[in-house]
Design a protein around this ligand. Structure first.
Ligand code: GUN
Length: 288
């Protein structure tokens, strides 16, 4: 079997077009404020892409760059300013933050009505209770890609690798809401290959390059690779390349469908961020 490749870039492009159309039809001007502390190169790329995508969708975007030595109080002051700015509908503080800053304190300071990342305890709690909330972007995008392949998820066995607050836990909640039988695995899980081989849907979000081997994948399974790992490109000495958490070539032999890296979940994360920002603006305008 050779897996169908799920084209996240194409799905994300369509979603961004739909968002742009809705923004125009509802006469909204959603505003997204992104805060970047420090100079992490990967974060700089993400932040630039987010700003560009927002503007292409008819939104306003602001990037607030703060030096790596920024204190927690200085960042809290920035968050407060954005909470009080009526033109700002979405606030995203790029993670990870420098070590002198407690990211949970920063996340908790964001107005939950502007928390387009869906990381605030109010939104995380509401997701847990299956109440309306801002759904974290990578899990939301992952679910859209799964549904591109399979609409009827009820009773499917889903295995999530990773238990982070950003991906593992929320994607498990969404799979549960879709009536999957969900297993969350992590670094202390016993017999991980065996757990994975039981999965009709396998979501890898552990941040280890090519960690999931081909024979961990059940024949016909849907494989969603959330990993974005930069490694040396052995074919091009001195160059690097992006790979996922799944050994793509080996897994493609077994899987029914698989997301590539790059071009899979990554573009969906940004599209869902725009969706959440639009939703925030629409709610404030009373047209949600
Ligand atoms: N760093 C990596 N992914 C994310 C994300 O989705 N949101 C934020 N705020 N930071 C991140």
């Amino acid at each position: 079997m050779t897996a169908r490749i799920i084209d996240g870039a194409a799905v994300a492009k369509k979603l961004r077009q739909d968002i742009a159309a809705e923004v125009a039809a509802k006469k909204l001007t959603p505003g997204l404020a992104v805060v970047l502390v420090g100079e992490d190169p990967a974060s700089q790329v993400y932040v630039r892409n987010k700003g560009r995508a927002a503007e292409e969708t008819g939104m306003k975007s602001w990037t607030h760059r703060m030096p790596v030595e920024t204190t927690q109080d200085q960042l809290l002051a920035m968050v407060n300013q954005l909470n009080n700015d009526p033109d700002v509908h979405g606030i995203l503080v790029q993670l990870p933050l420098p070590k002198q800053i407690d990211s949970q304190i920063i996340i908790a300071a964001i107005d939950p009505a502007k928390d387009v990342d869906g990381f605030h305890p109010v939104n995380a709690g509401r997701l847990n209770l299956s109440l309306p909330c801002f759904v974290p972007c990578t899990p939301q995008g992952s679910m859209i890609l799964i549904r591109e392949v399979e609409q009827n998820l009820a009773g499917k066995k889903a295995v999530v690798l990773g238990r982070s607050n950003i991906v593992g836990k929320p994607v498990a909640q969404l799979l549960l809401q879709a009536d999957c039988t969900v297993t969350i695995t992590h670094s202390r899980t016993k017999n991980l290959p065996e757990e994975c081989r039981a999965a009709d849907i396998l979501v890898a979000a552990i941040g280890k390059p090519a960690f999931v081997k081909g024979d961990w994948v059940k024949p016909g399974a849907i494989v969603i690779d959330v990993g974005i790992n930069r490694i040396d490109d052995t074919a091009n000495p001195g160059k690097s390349k992006l790979v996922g958490d799944v050994d793509f070539a080996a897994a493609s032999v077994h899987a029914g469908a698989i997301t590539p890296v790059p071009g899979g979940v990554g573009p969906m994360t940004i599209a869902c961020l725009l969706k959440n920002t639009m939703q925030s603006a629409a709610m404030k305008a009373g047209v949600a």
